[in-house]
Design a protein around this ligand. Sequence first.
Ligand code: ATP
Ligand code: MG
Length: 559
Amino acid sequence: MSTPNSAPSTNFIRNIVSEDLASGKTLGRIATRFPPEPNGYLHIGHAKSICLNFGIARDFGGVCHMRFDDTNPTKEDTEYVDSILDTVRWLGFDWGPHLYYASDYFERCYAYAEGLIEAGKAYVDSLSADEIRSHRGSLTEPGKNSPWRDRSVAENLDLFRRMRAGEFADGQHVLRLKIDMASPNLNLRDPAIYRIRHFPHWRTGNTWCIYPMYDYAHALSDAEEHITHSICTLEFEDHRPLYDWVVENTPVPSRPHQYEFARLNLTYTLMSKRKLLELVEEHHVSGWDDPRMPTLVGLRRRGYTPESIRLFCDRIGVSKSDSLIDVSVLEDCLRTDLNERAPRRVAVLDPVRLIIDNYPEGQVELCEVPNHPQKPEWGKRTIPFSRELVIEREDFMASPIKGFFRMVPGGEVRLRYAYVVKCTGFVTDPDSGVVTEIHCDYYPETRSGTPGADAHKVKGNIHWLARDHSRETEVRLYDRLFSDPNPAGAEDYRTLLNPDSIQARPHCRVESALMEALPGECFQFERNGYFVVDSRDAAPGRPVFNRAVTLRDVWAKRS
Ligand code: ATP
Ligand code: MG
């Protein structure tokens, strides 16, 4: 099994790249690109594409271009651009000087379009969008030619130039390729390559009121940038003939090839940018970076490290068949990574008072605690022990069920790194019946680390903090955003939102030093999971901890 530091596994696309290098097909050059549309935040699915494209460039001595496919001005925003760049860098990849925008090529795309018109390979169609749709035919029926298909070159050129000049309204005309309305491939039935949009572009302002369509602009951008391997997801397989057509019928400076792989689908997770935007806009989550979101900014805030995400992308591999990956694979990659890097600390998430009646009042002892059980080089720290402690409410049962080996009336349990205690009683709130304090006696000869301490055998071993020597802070526990493994398959995914996906615990207790923890710092809270200091809601000296992941897969047990 791969670890965060092992070399990436090979896959069919890497094999193609290797063969193309060996055969000299690409003249020894490898150039890939990652081409997001700046219309949303990147999600874990994009990470798969980023790791693939940038990983190939890194491992085969090539380059990977960062390119924004900014062909739809109505949906794009610089907020998305900034976040996307930041996120790719955070994931550990570098495009060097190769930052491009499809809009860099608007002028050339236009020139190629005039060239296609002059060659009789493109025409201005004046049908409405609905009429174009109804002429298109279906998978079983051929399409019908538009009545405008045979306009003269001169008329087409004149109309196209006037489209550019802004003489027409949105939707009045489109420029279409003249390929074949009877093609079994619908993408070749005279696809539109330009449409009119009187909408300012965030980069080109009001220079353009016609914009190239994705398929056309994408192939041309790849060719302009001398991309060798244009890697995209499987739904573009049917577009490849169009991609090739564009590259073959325009005088572009290079001949890129498109390769498709299966997109990432994850259980319990929505991956559609449109639906993620709805979750944000309808306030089902607190924003794009809500720690329950599958966005990379959300995962980052949740506590995911770049290493854990790269490990995940490596473990799931790249293939051509669609699959649904269990989200527990992602969670497990985070455990694997944080197990290595997270110092151990103690926190009590649901505190209940524990009073040691035979322990001297006012006495404080310092117990030694390792910072990482498998890494003695990380050293030890001390935690104060005193008469009044807090323990986890769930570590006590007044009427224990079979097999419960933690604190029970009359039973003995070890307080980790300290003493064995015997529970002598408990007090409940008369109204609610809730346990308010637990009493016990300790055995002075059982102090951990002293000779003979282990002779006193007990089955349970629980964590604790001294009430007066720990601090209160907020901890947030997260669960899956959806309670169904396939929210994308539902008629309305909103009905599948998990009502318990966030639990804020404002009264947790933590070791005092944790109050100085910085945003993004991660820890293992013993027995409770891996936690990170929230990057948005924490203030200096007042951290808020997000649980990134539990120590074990609790869902495996539930289902
Ligand atoms: P849209 O519906 O807005 O086109 P998109 O998911 O295709 O959304 P892009 O910004 O176009 O978003 O994606 C950039 C790149 O990331 C593309 O090459 C796309 O194939 C890839 N990508 C997107 N989603 C996934 C996914 N789930 N798994 C793998 N790659 C993905
Ligand atoms: Mg896309």
